[in-house]
Design a binder for this molecule. Structure first.
Ligand code: CO
Ligand code: CO
Length: 323
């Protein structure tokens, strides 16, 4: 529906608009001069955890992530706040404190924001980053012969559902929170150093949804090995019990036709590949030769749960999932 509406809007053309509306990319990129381009993005959502401070951290990490996914460095951030006027303002303070801490960790500057009275709490950031106009990454650069990496484990959507149902204990919840609040900064630095070809961050469409966007934008086929994809192991147990958010089934229906499942793929693991992530890791496409050095750099920078999950082939855009 949204895609249809966007098509009916006037298209803004500008030679300096390097990435805009037309591409299903993570952020817009505008070239200022031969050395510098701006990356512009915004993102906000409703609380996904009970503790306001952690919600602030996660929402900010997610908003900053689109800049990292394109290989940029966040520079400035503005708060986006929807908050009910009769709600306890200490909650808001904690949300903003969590967000501000993440912005600081990213090395960016919080420079203002806007708030509206709204019965439902929502929070996020608008972020401006910079990147060299010839050195940014999009999801359109994957090439046959590349290998694929995922830099964070999947399953936070399923765990959030289990938490809501009162079925996850505190330690599992904490684990999911720390995965979601982790910045994609180190992963982005590693992929730039290693010379990756394409990247995107995993959020609402799940791994397979975002991988499909990469396949379509790059006009290639992605082969993903389900057993190699890093997952939070408790999420597998919850998925086995059927604790799966409705959005995951929507993701499944959305990409079903262009995802080929080979025999022997574990059904529960497959569910995880569709799981919507609030603030997931980067999916990175990089040449096979550069992959070992990339993995080494990821480890050095503390991205310990990253894994090589598949490879890129020539062929009509689609995803093949193997055991
Ligand atoms: Co994104
Ligand atoms: Co986004």
């Amino acid at each position: 529906m949204l895609a249809k509406i966007l098509k009916s809007l006037p298209l803004f053309e500008d030679p300096n608009l390097l990435v805009g509306f037309k591409a299903s990319s993570d952020a817009a990129i505008y070239k200022l001069n031969a050395e510098t381009a701006l990356i512009v993005t915004l993102d906000f959502f409703t609380p996904i955890v009970d503790e306001p401070f952690w919600f602030g951290q996660i929402a900010a990490a997610n908003s900053l992530s689109d800049v990292y996914a394109m290989g940029g460095r966040p520079l400035l951030a503005l708060n986006i706040v929807c908050f009910p006027k009769n709600e306890d303002f200490l909650l808001l303070r904690e949300i903003l404190r969590g967000g501000a801490e993440k912005v600081r960790e990213a090395g960016a500057i919080l420079a203002g924001g806007h708030s509206v009275d709204d019965p439902e709490i929502k929070y996020g950031l608008s972020v401006i980053g910079i990147v060299h106009p010839q050195r940014f990454l999009t999801n359109a650069g994957a090439r046959p012969g590349d290998v694929l990496f995922l830099t964070k484990p999947l399953g936070t959507g399923i765990i959030a559902t289990a938490v809501k149902g009162g079925l996850a204990d505190k330690s599992v919840e904490k684990r999911a929170i720390s995965v979601m609040a982790e910045l994609n900064k180190a992963a982005a630095e590693a992929m730039l150093e290693a010379g990756a070809h394409a990247a995107t961050d995993i959020t609402g469409f799940g791994l397979l949804g975002h991988a499909l966007e990469m396949a379509q934008a790059s006009k290639v086929q992605l082969v993903i090995s389900a057993s190699k994809v890093p997952v939070i192991k408790e999420a597998l147990e919850f998925a086995r019990l059927g604790l799966v958010p409705e959005g995951d089934y929507e993701n499944l229906r959305f990409c079903e036709k262009v995802v080929e499942i080979m025999p022997g793929v574990d059904k529960t693991r497959l569910v995880l590949l569709y799981d919507a992530q609030t603030s997931g890791g980067l999916l990175v496409s990089i040449s096979r030769e550069k992959a070992p050095a990339f993995y080494e750099t990821l480890l050095q920078k503390g991205v310990f749960e990253a894994a090589q999950i598949g490879y890129v082939e020539a062929g009509p855009p689609k995803i093949v999932v193997t055991p």
